[in-house]
Every structure is written in C-alpha cells, then in structure tokens.
Design a protein around this ligand. Structure first.
Ligand SMILES: Nc1ncnc2c1ncn2[C@@H]1O[C@H](COP(=O)(O)OP(=O)(O)OP(=O)(O)O)[C@@H](O)[C@H]1O
Ligand SMILES: O=C(O)C1=C[C@@H](O)[C@@H](O)[C@H](O)C1
Ligand SMILES: [Mg+2]
Length: 168
C-alpha cells in the first residue's frame, strides 16, 4: 500500500488539477487525479458518463477510484470536487494529509469558464456553483488537515504556500 504525499480537495475551479500538477512537479513525484482515472476506467469523458449512465453511476465509479488511488498513489492526489459528498470517501480520507483548496464564488466562476466540460455546471453556472460551494464547504473542512486559500493568488504562490505544510 502506497500513501499519497497529500490529497487535494475543493470545489470545481479551486485548482486541484492545476495546483496538483505544479506541486507534484515541484516535489518530483507523480500526480494523479481521480477524474482522469474514472475517464480511463469508463473509456469516455466525464460529461459523457453523466449523460449516458447518470450521476449515481459516476459516483459509484468515483468511490472505487478514490479507494484505489488512496491505496496506490505515492504522489500528489486530487479527488473530484464532489467526492466529499460520500460518507465512504470522507471516512477513507481520515489519517491522510488532506489540503482543502478553498475558493469563493467570484474567483471560482472566473475559473470554470461558464461550466464547459463540467456537467453539473452546464445550466446556470453561477447559481449552481453558489449552491455547491455552500453545500460542500463544511464537508471540505471536515476532511481537511489544512485549508489553503486560493482566491486572488497565482498557482505559483499557492504551491509555495503548500510546501511548508508538507515539511512538518
Ligand atoms: N490560482 C489560480 N488563479 C487563476 N486561475 C487558476 C488558478 N487555479 C486554477 N486556475 C485556472 O482555473 C481553471 C480551473 O482549474 P482546475 O481545472 O485546476 O480546477 P479543478 O479544481 O481541478 O476543477 P474540477 O473540480 O472541475 O476538476 C483552469 O483554467 C486553471 O488554469
Ligand atoms: O463537483 C463535482 O461534483 C464534480 C467535479 C469534477 O471534479 C468531476 O468529478 C465531476 O464533474 C463532478
Ligand atoms: Mg480537476
């Protein structure tokens, strides 16, 4: 069993993929993203999984992907924005170094590009994103061992802020 150096959680647009890739490069370790694992497993992009099989099926694939990645990723792991909704995933994160990349509505909206490629944000991205942020903030805080504010900060600044958290 190989544990991740850290696990990144946060809402769509928080920068999990962007920061995860940059952080992994800085540390010289692999980067893994459960969204990509699911797409590989399913053989199609996430929006197509939502359309063809529905969100419940996606969440089933996601629980399997989170469990597999937590046991087999020696690097930086990003989990999907909605992974914390499942009690099973929250329980699986206990004991790991979990960084909550926090973002508020204004910056998140700028980053998600009107929801393109994000099935949950396809209709009315502003209202949906506000709902998701309000619903999930307590769940991200519950699983996190540290919170990293991303609003108004560049990816390089965020990575520089994370490095000391990992040296403890
Ligand atoms: N700190 C930042 N400042 C400005 N732009 C950013 C920042 N972090 C990420 N971005 C940009 O925001 C967009 C979304 O970032 P990213 O895909 O990394 O988010 P995510 O958390 O992985 O989202 P999802 O949950 O949908 O996978 C990308 O275009 C990225 O370049
Ligand atoms: O916020 C969410 O529920 C999601 C976020 C993405 O990372 C993907 O996991 C998928 O689009 C669902
Ligand atoms: Mg991502």
């Amino acid at each position: 069993m190989t544990r991740p150096v850290c696990v990144l959680v946060g809402a769509p647009g928080a920068g999990k993929t962007t920061i995860g890739e940059a952080l992994a490069a800085e540390l010289g370790v692999e980067f893994r993203d459960t969204d990509r694992d699911i797409e590989r497993m399913a053989g199609k992009p996430i929006p197509e999984i939502f359309v063809d099989e529905g969100e419940a099926h996606f969440r089933t694939l996601e629980r399997a992907a989170v469990a597999a990645a937590l046991a087999g990723c020696p690097g930086v792991l990003a989990v999907g924005g909605g992974a914390v909704l499942a009690e099973e995933n929250r329980a699986a994160l206990v004991g790991h170094t979990v960084l909550y990349l926090s973002v508020e509505l204004t910056d998140a909206l700028k980053r998600v590009d009107l929801g393109v490629g994000r099935p949950l944000l396809a209709v009315n991205p502003r209202a949906t994103l506000k709902y998701l942020l309000d619903q999930r903030r307590p769940l991200y805080e519950e699983v996190a061992t540290a919170t990293v504010v991303t609003d108004g900060r560049t990816p390089a600044e965020i990575v520089a802020g994370i490095l000391p958290l990992l040296r403890r």
